[in-house]
Design a protein around this ligand. Sequence first.
Ligand SMILES: NC(=O)c1ccc[n+]([C@@H]2O[C@H](COP(=O)([O-])OP(=O)(O)OC[C@H]3O[C@@H](n4cnc5c(N)ncnc54)[C@H](O)[C@@H]3O)[C@@H](O)[C@H]2O)c1
Length: 213
Amino acid sequence: MVQHKIPQATAKRLPLYYRFINNLHHQGKARVSSKELSEAVKVDSATIRRDFSYFGALGKKGYGYNVEYLLEFFRKTLDQDELTGVALIGVGNLGTAFLHYNFMKNNNTKIMMAFDAEPSKVGSDIGGIPVYHIDQLEEKMSDVHVAILTVPSGEAEGITERLVKTGVSGILNFTPARITVPDNIRVHHIDLAVELQALVYFLKHYPLNGGQE
Ligand SMILES: NC(=O)c1ccc[n+]([C@@H]2O[C@H](COP(=O)([O-])OP(=O)(O)OC[C@H]3O[C@@H](n4cnc5c(N)ncnc54)[C@H](O)[C@@H]3O)[C@@H](O)[C@H]2O)c1
């Protein structure tokens, strides 16, 4: 199945479509018209037709859409998950690279906003993502519950305390600082130096012999 690039507004409606199509599938229905869908999910049928064209699902007049096809598409695209918005804190070397890369390959996570303390960076738009001043963290983060930390290590703890207060539930920490959070918040540390050391250690002590004894 061809994976099309989906606009954000369309991606947000995917879980809605998914639930309804899944119900139809359970009822044994093989097809659905955009009118039926429209009434069920309360999205106008022109929008539905446009959304579905991104999925490569082209409804036929008098037939509608194939339920099986749509369901397979939604399962693959959504991973049965909603789009998770992510905030990035610290738009330096590493942060800038992440903004350009973003994470849309899996379609269900996306950096929505970034923060920095440096006035020259604030107000800019990197890879289509707005950069706000760190002072605006609490104001902007109300709907975002996952953060990537790419600030200097000395800033990590202070920023983390503020993130905790905004109601963040997960932090991907690229700084070498070991941050402390309450038990209900998940922190994943990614320390590239440690990863590299581990690789070198394994190369030395557990060399691969290409399957030969
Ligand atoms: N660059 C790398 O390859 C790399 C690799 C592994 C880990 N790291 C770690 O990632 C972090 C970032 O590295 P970098 O090379 O991008 O650093 P950098 O100095 O280029 O970027 C840090 C950014 O954070 C901003 N910042 C500083 N204080 C802030 C605050 N209080 N609030 C918001 N923003 C603030 C700075 O203005 C800057 O834009 C560091 O902790 C570093 O140790 C970097």
